[in-house]
Design a binder for this molecule. Structure first.
Ligand SMILES: C[S@@+](CC[C@H](N)C(=O)[O-])C[C@H]1O[C@@H](n2cnc3c(N)ncnc32)[C@H](O)[C@@H]1O
Length: 320
């Protein structure tokens, strides 16, 4: 079998998942679920999505943002963010506009994705002006951008040697506390490559907190249908075995050298949202089929894992 390399047909379906996610986020933002003045600079296509999709994305985006804010508040301004398979995520700009402090924010993805993100960033002054650059320098390369506290770099996460080089080019400091984000990314990687990546991060980053969002509990009938649907859209879910249960998700991290891990299913995340959030969502649009939404969300989850040798209490961080 031919080895996979960047630009192969197998990657096209995976790369398209970023467009899907971005269009869903834009639709939720336009319907008032959360504020994101940056996303429309990155996503041009608009398509109205269903209320179930909006609520699912709301729970996901808010949980990831709040965990990141909690980590930054706990670890201070030296902390870094590493976003794996970042797609068109706008978290860097949202955190900056909320006044959050961090020393570095690194985004990695396939070059087909980072090249498009780079073009959009260059086109929009509102995105460019966020970069902290005391020395006034923003370097732009082939599908890459390097500013003082923001780095966008093209890499196939399945190629560890390339990831190491990219992290060096992006000035990620292993001695600084780092939150690693992986939203719907690891499931597309072969288990072995994923294990190597997670082991590398666990063994090099001294203090780290990893937030992984993806399917969980796919070994029941509903889960199998979900998996078939995604595969039907041309995506090989090479790492799906890790999504079978809470245990397989946690084992993926603890087996790669992370101290410990835990899982929140997304139906629980949605139910635990502050009541003011829920009332506000209910006023935005009607949702007839709450049971269907909850069944879907039961099959997605946030797994967090941590390396905390200095006892910062990372295992206690919460998204609420
Ligand atoms: C579903 S999208 C999610 C994008 C973003 N994390 C979000 O939540 O909006 C998955 C992203 O992971 C990227 N990705 C998947 N496998 C990758 C790999 N081996 N190397 C680099 N990027 C990868 C895809 O290109 C895509 O941008």
């Amino acid at each position: 079998m031919a080895a996979r390399s960047e630009g192969t047909i197998g990657q096209e379906g995976i790369i398209l998942t970023n467009d899907d996610a971005s269009v869903c986020k834009l639709s939720a933002v336009r319907h008032g679920y959360w504020q994101d003045p940056f996303i429309s600079h990155l996503v041009r296509q608009y398509e109205r999505k269903a209320p179930e999709i909006h609520r699912g994305y709301y729970a996901r985006v808010m949980a990831v943002q709040r965990l990141t804010e909690a980590f930054l508040a706990r670890c201070g301004a030296d902390a870094q963010v590493l976003n794996l398979g970042a797609g068109f995520d706008t978290l860097y700009w949202r955190l900056k506009s909320a006044g959050c402090r961090f020393s570095n924010f690194v985004e990695l993805d396939f070059s087909a994705v980072t090249a498009r993100k780079l073009m959009a960033i260059q086109r929009q002054k509102g995105l460019m002006t966020a970069f902290k650059s005391d020395e006034g320098e923003v370097r732009v390369g082939r599908a890459a951008l390097h500013a003082e506290d923001y780095h966008l770099a093209p890499v196939d996460l399945a190629r560890l040697a390339d990831v190491r080089t990219a992290l060096e080019e992006c000035c990620l400091r292993p001695d600084r506390p780092t939150i690693v984000l992986a939203e719907c990314v690891l499931v597309y990687m072969e288990s072995r490559a994923c294990h190597e990546l997670l082991s590398h991060l666990a063994s090099t980053l001294r203090t780290a907190y990893l937030v992984n969002y993806e399917m969980v509990g796919v070994d029941d009938r509903f889960g199998q249908i979900l998996v078939q649907n995604v595969r039907g859209r041309g995506c090989d879910l090479a790492g799906i075995e890790a999504c079978n249960s809470d245990q397989t998700q946690m084992q993926r991290f603890t087996g790669a050298g992370w101290d410990d891990a835990k899982v929140w299913r997304m139906d629980v995340v949605l139910r635990r949202l502050p009541s003011a959030d829920v009332r506000r969502m209910e006023r935005l649009e009607l949702l007839d089929e709450m049971d269907i939404l909850l069944q879907l969300l039961e099959h997605y989850g946030i797994t967090v894992a941590w390396r905390d040798p200095d006892g910062l209490g990372l295992g206690e961080l919460d998204y609420t």
